[in-house]
Ligand binder design. Structure first.
Ligand code: IVH
Length: 703
């Protein structure tokens, strides 16, 4: 791209991004997905990095923060803030390094240098410096959009207002805001002292919550009175980088005057890395702050770039967590919760106990078998464990069996009284009440609006329960029929709150296909599966067409004469999996999908949602235009510089599809050494063939 083209493109991007900012912040009516927005911002940043003298006055990279919100205003991150995958055992760390090698197509013995540093249990925060001056600070939020906490952050003494020395024009330092254990204890003591009624004093459960509560204050003078600290562990948008390794950039950040972890080191072998992990674990209790593991990151930044990320976590980093912490307490009672699919889950109510700094009052008992295995009864002492963010678990019953009778698992749903049964081969006891069971219906509604489903802000469980009780909400479609007048007629609803909820609902009338599929709450269809399906079918219509034909096929299949049932089921499963035709979806999920759509009631609910004006949005790939956009590519033979996964990811980023077999529909074949029948077939059909070098040149030319 030449200078003139870059200038035109930058102008277009500035206008386009400004328009989307207005739609998003001002009108609450975004037209594009967060991912698409991010790719515009990224494109702008990339161009600005290449042509720094063309940065415009009105460039989006100069505009920070936007419009108002009630409490803290929100801002889109120029580069999303990711989370991390976890590893627990040493082998999982070795697996991680193995995956990195395979993805980069490195030899088994090739050296992969990694940095290792503690994982502080705090709250991640992005600090944007422009020409070395702090202009914006934002919390992670949902990773795409965070809350603006600039004034609050200015009160933290670890965070300089101005960076020292030579600094790129734009540099976002990312790290963790945290509170030391001692300061946390002192803060709680102070809050207790200052409370008018000590019994009602507000206390923070752990240093992490204290840090979050202190930072996210409307009034920055409150933050100023709280002893918060900061350490950097990475960066976001950067107009230039001071080094080409993770360690190099971190050291530059330290030179600029922002603290980094004391224990940050670089290793070229896993033995050293694991020894570092053990050393940090050994001094964990003596450290002045809470840590919950060690984070490893691929040191070479060009490799980080190639590795990229999946879902919300980078392929180039992993958090090696410390083992779960344990404690003993009293089991005060066992409650039964009824889930969205009718599953009865026993929950242990515990005498409050602190486990590694967190007060625990509930733990899951999973299911009936687990209660029997543990032999727990109300009144027993139990050993519990908490690992990271997962729900605490009961590990062991410490009261040996005495004469007290065993716990009796209910045979009826505690919510609707229907029979609760356990089907052959299943571990869970389920309420058979289906849609007459209020608990199941409420849970479905709750799931439908939840953050990773339709994400309707302001429609929390309290509202759902009360609307449900009063008949205002019976099924998801009713959400889209709610009116402001209905809300205003209720107690404690006023003009603004009613208008806000209606606006939040309206903003979700065009859900993306993956969120919609996930929101339906189909058994076994979690976020990842929903995304796989959406990526494969792209539109609700295409997805429906697949379901209808797969259902017809499944219904029509009959066992052949004399065929054993097992053989028949295998054959049918194979056909169903093929009909659903989506990578990673096996027989269990495929059948669950069809079961869901076979149920007339589920169809009715969906029809009703669509009739209420919901339009499911097609998947539009945010792709670079390239000579292969829209084509199907087949990779065959062995590749040398790339792994198959990386090659496929490159193809998808250029808007192409990949397939395993060559047909008339194939648009391009990339053949490495050893290619055989697929290459021959491509030649017969006259399909374009490239070698790996040719492919890499095409990718490079499309950047
Ligand atoms: S790296 C793209 N390094 O842990 C990589 N994160 O569980 C993202 N965290 O959201 C972060 N210490 O808030 C990184 N040394 C460290 C960290 C760290 C704490 C937090 C961070 C992240 C979360 C993921």
């Amino acid at each position: 791209m030449n200078e003139q083209e870059a200038a035109i493109e930058l102008e277009r991007l500035a206008k386009e991004i400004a328009r989307h900012n207005r739609l998003y912040h001002g009108e609450d009516a975004p037209e594009i997905s967060d991912a698409e927005y991010d790719s515009l911002v990224r494109r702008n940043a990339e161009l600005e990095a290449d042509f720094p003298h063309l940065v415009r006055e009105d460039s989006p990279s100069r505009q920070v923060g936007a419009a108002p919100a009630a409490h803290l205003s929100k801002v889109r991150h120029a580069v999303p803030m990711l989370s991390l995958d976890n590893a627990f055992a040493d082998e999982e760390v070795a697996d991680f390094v193995g995956r990195v090698r395979r993805y980069l197509n490195l030899a088994e013995e090739a050296e992969v240098a990694l940095t290792a540093e503690p994982k502080i249990d705090g709250l991640s925060c992005s600090l944007r410096y422009e020409k070395g001056v702090l202009v914006l600070a934002a919390t992670r939020g949902d990773g795409t959009t965070g809350e603006v906490v600039t004034d609050n952050v200015r009160t933290i003494s670890d965070i300089p207002e101005r960076l020292a020395g030579e600094v790129p024009d734009v540099f976002e330092i990312r790290g963790e805001v945290y509170m030391s254990k001692a300061d946390f204890a002192a803060l709680n003591a102070r809050l207790l002292e200052q409370a008018e009624d000590p019994a009602k004093a507000r206390q923070f459960a752990n240093p992490r919550n204290a840090a979050a509560g202190s930072l996210r204050q409307k009034d920055a003078s409150v933050t100023a009175s709280r002893p918060l600290r900061f350490y950097a562990h990475g960066w976001g948008q950067a107009s230039a980088l001071p080094a080409d390794t993770q360690l190099g950039v971190m050291k530059a950040i330290a030179r600029w005057g922002v603290p980094i972890a004391e224990d940050l080191e670089r290793f070229t072998d896993q033995v050293g890395m694991l020894a570092h992990y053990r050393a940090i674990e050994a001094k964990r209790a003596d450290l002045p702050f809470d840590i919950d593991g060690v984070v490893y990151k691929v040191d070479r930044l060009d490799w980080q770039e190639r590795l990229g990320f999946v879902s919300r976590a980078p392929r180039w980093a992993v958090a090696h967590k410390f083992p779960a912490e344990k404690a003993e307490t009293l089991l005060e009672s066992i409650d039964i919760q009824v889930g969205r699919t009718g599953k009865l889950t026993p929950v242990a109510r515990l005498k409050p106990v602190s486990v590694g700094g967190v007060t625990v009052t509930n733990a899951t008992l999973h299911n009936k078998d687990e209660i029997e295995r543990l032999g727990v009864r109300v009144g027993d002492r139990v050993l519990i464990q908490r690992a990271g963010d997962v729900i605490p678990q009961v590990l062991e019953n410490l009261t040996p069996g005495d004469d007290r009778p065993a716990y009796l698992f209910p045979t009826h749903c505690p919510e609707c009284g229907s029979d609760a049964i356990r089907e052959e081969g299943e571990v869970d006891v389920r309420c058979t009440g289906g849609l007459i069971c209020p608990a199941q219906r409420v849970e479905r509604l709750r799931h439908f609006v939840s953050r990773h489903a339709l994400d309707i802000e302001g429609l929390g469980i309290t509202h759902i329960e009360s609307f449900f009780r009063d008949g205002l909400l019976q099924s998801p479609a009713d959400i889209f029929k709610l009116t402001k007048e209905q809300l205003l007629a209720r107690e404690r609803w006023a003009e603004i709150s009613a208008a806000n909820l209606i606006a939040a609902i309206d903003a979700r009338r065009r859900p993306p296909l993956d969120r919609f599929l996930y929101a339906l709450g189909i058994r076994h269809v979690g976020e990842v599966t929903a995304r796989d399906l959406a990526r494969r079918y792209r539109s609700w219509e295409a997805f429906q067409a697949m379901i209808d034909s797969a259902l017809a096929l499944r219904q029509d299949m009959q066992p052949a004469i004399g065929e054993e049932e097992r053989k028949f089921l295998q054959r049918r499963n194979k056909a169903v999996v093929e009909a659903v035709g989506t990578p990673n979806i096996g027989p269990e999920v495929a059948n669950a999908l069809l079961d869901f759509f076979e149920e007339p009631h589920n169809r009715e609910v969906i029809d009703e949602i669509l009739a209420a004006g919901v339009e499911v949005e097609d998947v539009v790939h945010k792709v670079r235009e390239s000579p292969v956009t829209g084509k199907t590519i087949v990779f065959t033979g062995s590749l040398e510089a790339l792994s198959r996964d990386e090659a496929k990811a490159q193809a998808e980023a250029l808007g192409a599809r990949t397939a395993d077999s060559v047909s008339a529909k194939t648009g391009l074949v990339v053949a490495g050494p050893g290619a055989g029948s697929k290459l021959r077939k491509a030649q017969e059909l006259g399909i374009e063939v490239l070698d790996e070098a040719g492919w890499l040149a095409l990718v490079a030319a499309s950047q």
